[in-house]
Write a protein that binds this ligand. Structure first.
Ligand code: ACO
Length: 326
């Protein structure tokens, strides 16, 4: 069996930081409401020059350097995103930008679960012996699609990119994973295409619409997350033959501090083991797990051989967990 190791990480966030107070100029809200309900204090927002591919390429170059390889060594690039610069996909732009000349590149969309879905996809290519060196990116610029007049969603999101290098390895450090989807709850969280009928020529109607801003039923998404995330982590621990005390770090999609706290409590994981950077970045969708991972590694929190239980959850609905050793 071919093993898998994560050998490097990187991250990039936009320069502009916007605190809660600044949002009171847009909608009726307060720093107190946002901070107590979500744990968010500020978020980074991308300016027009900070495109998704620019942020992703910066995070990728860091990850490649920290893995000690060069871009030309990469066999595969997977970009997990819901907000590509180009609906045809942005992975190839990143491939060109970083000079990964021999890599195959494609986008993968699973909203806030995208990074975990990407990790499992990358793992299949490595385990089967097809590819050895994979760059996995999680990047999103949700500020493009937020309704900035809707206070129930606009305060939650931020922009950014994170990346890891996954490589074939003698010992297997990807200890277990589980992926889940439930389309019957799709309507709780959407960035949907809104069709607008156009009669192209007589009797031929086509749709030339636009994407709707993000809509969310916050209470239902909250309920879903605190129920399903502990379940999927439990299941993955069992599969990996680990008990919860062996987890060094709980690394969840950074959606809401109350979700992080509730999941940790249900799993009986002490607060000190929960990685959180929500206060600084808000919810960066597919980027949140790799940004938090990269920061924790660079801060020296995550150390070699630590066991990390990561879980993503979000639109689809989709959710999943991956347990890996650093
Ligand atoms: N400022 C002030 N008041 C607000 C704001 C705001 N920004 N937003 C909503 N309110 C008001 C509401 O209008 C409502 O007022 P009302 O009682 O007069 O009607 C009141 O606050 C309570 O609103 P609720 O929606 O019930 O607030 P709740 O306690 O559920 O918190 C929140 C909302 C923070 C969104 C919560 O439901 C949540 O975190 N849900 C999970 C969302 C999430 O994690 N989404 C992302 C996951 S998937 C992904 O990442 C894409």
């Amino acid at each position: 069996n071919i093993g898998i190791a994560i050998t490097g990480s990187g991250s990039a966030v936009p320069e502009t930081s916007v605190d809660n107070e600044a949002l009171t100029a847009l909608v009726e809200t307060s720093d107190e409401w946002i901070a107590t309900r979500t744990g968010i204090r500020q978020r980074r927002l991308a300016n027009p020059a900070e495109s998704l591919s620019v942020l992703a390429a910066r995070a990728s170059s860091q990850a490649i350097a920290s893995a000690g390889i060069s871009a030309a060594d990469l066999d595969l690039i997977i970009l997990a995103t819901s907000t590509p610069d180009d609906l045809f996909g942005s992975a190839c732009q990143i491939q060109a930008e970083i000079g990964a000349t021999k890599a195959v590149a494609f986008d993968l969309t699973a909203a806030c679960s995208g990074f975990i879905f990407g990790m499992v996809t990358a793992a299949q290519y490595i385990r089967s012996g097809v590819y050895q060196n994979v760059l996995l990116i999680g990047a999103d610029i949700l500020s493009r699609w937020v309704d900035w007049q809707d206070r129930s969603t606009c305060v939650l999101f931020g922009d950014g990119a994170g990346a890891v290098v996954m490589q074939a390895n003698e010992s297997d450090r990807l200890l277990g994973f589980t992926l889940k989807s439930d389309g019957s709850q799709n309507h709780f969280l959407n960035l949907a295409y809104q069709a607008s009928c156009q009669e192209l020529i007589p009797n031929v109607n086509i749709s030339q619409g636009k994407y709707h801003p993000i809509t969310m039923n916050g209470k239902e998404v909250y309920r879903f997350a605190v129920q399903k995330v502990p379940e999927v982590i439990d299941k993955t621990l069992f599969q990996a033959n680990l008990n919860v005390d062996q987890i060094d770090w709980l690394l969840l999609h950074q959606a809401n501090q109350r979700i992080l706290d509730a999941v940790a409590q249900r799993l009986n994981i002490p607060k000190e083991k929960v990685i959180s950077n929500l206060a600084n970045y808000g919810n960066t969708s597919a980027a949140s797990i790799p940004i938090a991972l990269d920061e924790a590694v660079r801060q020296g929190k995550i150390k070699p051989n630590d066991i990390i239980a990561a879980s993503g959850f979000g639109a689809g609905l989709t959710w999943g967990a991956a347990i890996f050793q650093w």
